[in-house]
Design a binder for this molecule. Sequence first.
Ligand code: PEP
Ligand code: MN
Length: 264
Amino acid sequence: LASREFHPADTVISIKGVEIGGQDLVVMGGPCAVESPEQIDEIARLVKAAGGQVLRGGAFKPRTGPYSFQGVGVEGLEMMAEAGRKHGLLTITEVMTPEYVDICAEHADILQVGTRNMQNFDLLRKLGTIQTPVLLKRGFSATYDEFLNAAEYILAGGNPNVMLCERGIRTFETYTRNTLDLAAIPVLKQLSHLPIISDPSHGTGRRELVEPMCKASVAAGADGLIVEMHTDPDNSMTGDGVQSLFPDQFANLLLDLEKLAPLC
Ligand code: PEP
Ligand code: MN
């Protein structure tokens, strides 16, 4: 079901008037994690003012270590839904377990499956039973075939609203946090009809590389970008401050992107 052979035309996912996978570029911006109502409200305001369409933010965080901040949980979903409503943005948040799919879907417009859960098949099966759009991140060691098979689980369950996200893979290079696999964008476009979103924040792990890799992703054919932005990156509650753009960088990035492709 994920393959271009089966479904030659591009899939366009339409959410409250925003079309993902169509002519225009979609930009999702926001913090790694929802921290407080004030934090997410202010960031939502800045995302909207810059011209973004989707507010990102994790309420449940898949942390490498068990002692790290794990997210504020259900309250974070409520904070983000409120900020999205107030500022007229769609919202995307990560869901990690099948039991939380329904509550996350009640609060967010798009559900994100993180790199560490790309092959959490119970989660994928559960996501197949609803119609809420899913942004499926590529596992950091997954081949294209494994990635598309993971998408297939959701599609086979009956949810056609799947977008693929390249967020960097693990290579021998340690200068960047991951290696953003730009070739994945045209390859997946060839193999599949699903929209492709690029995540240069996790793909590089370095703020100064986000802008050039966003532009490169658009040139390679990405339908959208997901970018971390924080009002106080140095004091963010996850370690992702170093890859988060400052608000003015985010705004300038969108001005530049508009020259490459119309925003939704
Ligand atoms: C995130 O989007 O903050 C995140 C945890 O992403 P990934 O699953 O790609 O590491
Ligand atoms: Mn993050």
